[in-house]
Write a protein that binds this ligand. Sequence first.
Ligand SMILES: Cc1cc2nc3c(=O)[nH]c(=O)nc-3n(C[C@H](O)[C@H](O)[C@H](O)COP(=O)(O)O)c2cc1C
Length: 181
Amino acid sequence: MDFNKVVAERRSVRKFTDHYVTDEQLSEAMEAVRMTPSWANTQCWEFIALRDKEVIKRLVEESYPKNPATSCSLDASLILVACYNTKKSGFYKEFSFNNIGTWGMFDLGMACQTLSLKLHEMGLGSVVVGAYDNGKAKEILGIGGDYEIAAIMPVGEPAGETPAPKRREVADFLHTDKFTK
Ligand SMILES: Cc1cc2nc3c(=O)[nH]c(=O)nc-3n(C[C@H](O)[C@H](O)[C@H](O)COP(=O)(O)O)c2cc1C
């Protein structure tokens, strides 16, 4: 698929058909994720491929019912939990180049963007879920130590079209030579 078309037509998908996302489809998408750039090529990402309906149900029960992505998580045959090692990105040895420690999230944002674009190119859809109870999710999934969750992404075949939300015009966010707001 043409790159501009993939970028323009990808949508956050919150309604899935009953198509089962196969392990082959998962592998193909993950092969694309591997190619994502990262801080000093540290590749701090870890993904949990969640298939267990009981675990998914527990995760959803601990989510916010008003989140538009909550109910589609129950229908998804695959939920990807994007995690990262907090001690890799942004560090040189013990020294942190960013004292607010956000480079790990940046790397994961890039990885999740690669993933969502690749899934779209494959005819699949996904949505980045950021509004969930982080502490409860980590407990359910056994995540601890130096690891954090960046986002949760239900994946499936889109059931119908999703209208494109409005975007800001380039002139509104592109500044020339100095910041103009
Ligand atoms: C960091 C981040 C967190 C998000 N969290 C949620 C969420 O919790 N629930 C949800 O329904 N959508 C969530 N979204 C999806 C956005 O609402 C969506 O990307 C935006 O409305 C633009 O729509 P589009 O992706 O279809 O272009 C999130 C997106 C990002 C990048």
